[in-house]
Ligand binder design. Structure first.
Ligand code: ZN
Ligand code: MG
Length: 444
């Protein structure tokens, strides 16, 4: 026996026309209406008939938060999608608003914007690497147990840059990574690298088992000078932006070396190549190690993609923010989470929003990204639009999630609101700031 949903899906217009009003309004267990089915299967005649006679179905969202027009769009039935979409003028306007939100940014976040040219083509040139390492203008950022060396004598609380003389005593067992060259400071001085100032990261952690005495001595000497290995946060937030970007690169690379000493497939030690940017299994090519097969024979520094999103209410005058239990009291921020294998970053945005808050997101607009080297994330920032408003914390990752009005948010940005936000240097703050200060309401 046919039902109205099957009739709509298969294009049986006569059947649909003969149904009573009330039946045409019914929904199935996934919240789909008869118009959703017509849209999903590209049935233009039925979509036209329902639009003209049952206009109220146009705005109904199904259990996945999709209108019939969005379903048609998704499945590639452009004609049906156009037929069921809101009037052209309104659509045009919201697209413009969205692109103006993205355009006004082109934003460089803290920890990005490094002044270094990475000179990737030198990484395989041992002669160049030796020269840049022994150059008298070379600078080394030292790490111990993943903490960079700060110079607290410096009022600005800057990083300490060692020269090659200083680290000569170190036996260089720890990670040594070529970071790049600051070409703004070219030099023709004897012994200097002529390209500019070479930057390196060097891990001088003392391995407690072999207790290398030259390293221990180096640590003592540095300490005597008032230098200190400290956690990169919060001190890193006080650095100038360029130093912070160099620190971000160095910290992520040293962390990668610290956590990856053995081949993940067979457990043999890894060999470091290309100035610290590549590792390969040290086992014999004829061994059973799978890393010698195919193109997976090397390991490269890992970057974990994280999405972070400022979700705008369907009425465009509020945004959704959440808080985790361990955060400072009253602090709220954007929804965030790791991208999983086999999903696009915009799908990750929709999944995280749904898991953490029960909110369905449709349009996802890119804002900017922020490297977050703790240890190796890259935050992809978005502003996106919600299609429903009922908050439901499905995965219990958040302690609370709620809508905040524009005036609440402006208050928090000024620091005198009913809640607080992450610091300016965090991308979450920048996403929220962009939404709150956009001249038009960000209706998408
Ligand atoms: Zn191996
Ligand atoms: Mg999550």
């Amino acid at each position: 026996m046919t039902n109205i949903f099957e009739a709509a899906a298969s294009g049986d217009l006569d059947y649909i026309k003969n149904q009573p009003q009330a039946t045409l309004k019914s929904r199935n267990d996934r919240g789909w209406t008869v118009l959703h089915f017509a849209a999903r299967y590209g049935q233009l005649d039925i979509a036209t008939y329902l639009r003209d006679n049952h206009g109220e179905l146009l705005t109904v969202v199904n259990g996945d938060g999709k209108t019939p027009a969005q379903l048609a769009q998704f499945w590639g039935y452009d004609q049906v999608a156009q037929l069921l979409s809101p009037p052209q003028q309104e659509q045009q306007q919201s697209k413009e608003q969205l692109s103006s939100l993205s355009k006004q940014v082109n934003h460089v976040n803290f920890f990005a914007g490094s002044p270094l040219n990475r000179y990737g083509w030198y990484r395989t040139e041992q002669d160049h690497l030796n020269r840049l390492m022994h150059a008298t203008n070379a600078r080394f950022l030292l790490f111990s147990k993943l903490d960079p060396l700060f110079d607290k004598n410096d009022k600005k609380t800057g990083l300490y840059w060692a020269d090659v003389e200083k680290i000569k005593a170190a036996s260089l067992e720890g990670a040594l990574v070529f970071l790049g060259i600051d070409e703004r400071f070219v030099s023709d001085k004897e012994g200097d690298a002529k390209e500019g100032i070479p930057y390196w990261a060097l891990d001088i952690t003392v391995n407690e088992k072999d207790n290398n005495m030259t390293l221990v001595q180096l640590h003592q000497d540095l300490e005597k000078e008032g230098l200190e290995f400290s956690s990169p946060l919060p001190l890193g937030f006080q650095l100038d932006r360029e130093s912070a970007a160099i620190l971000a690169q160095a910290r992520a690379m040293v962390d990668w070396h610290t956590r990856n000493k053995f081949c993940p497939a067979c457990g043999n030690p890894v060999k470091i190549k290309e100035a610290g940017y590549k590792m390969t299994c040290s086992s014999n090519e004829t061994s059973q190690c799978i890393s010698h097969n195919g193109i997976h024979n090397f390991a490269y520094p890992r970057t974990d993609a994280v999405v972070i999103v400022c979700i705008v209410h369907p009425t465009a005058d509020k945004i959704l923010l959440g808080r985790q239990k361990r955060w400072p009291a009253r602090m709220f921020s954007c929804i965030a989470g790791f991208v999983e294998p086999g999903e696009s970053i915009e799908e990750a945005v929709r999944r995280e929003a749904l898991e953490e808050t029960g909110i369905h997101v449709d349009h996802v607009a890119y804002h900017s990204t922020q490297p977050w080297p703790f240890p190796n994330s890259l935050m992809f920032g978005f502003i996106a639009s919600a299609t429903n408003e009922q908050v439901k914390m499905e995965d219990k990752e958040l302690e609370s999630a709620r809508w905040f009005s524009r005036s609440d948010v402006l208050g928090a940005l000024k620091g005198d609101g009913i809640f607080t936000l992450p610091p300016k240097l965090a991308i979450a703050h920048q996403l929220i700031l962009t939404w709150a200060t956009s001249t038009q309401p960000a209706k998408m």
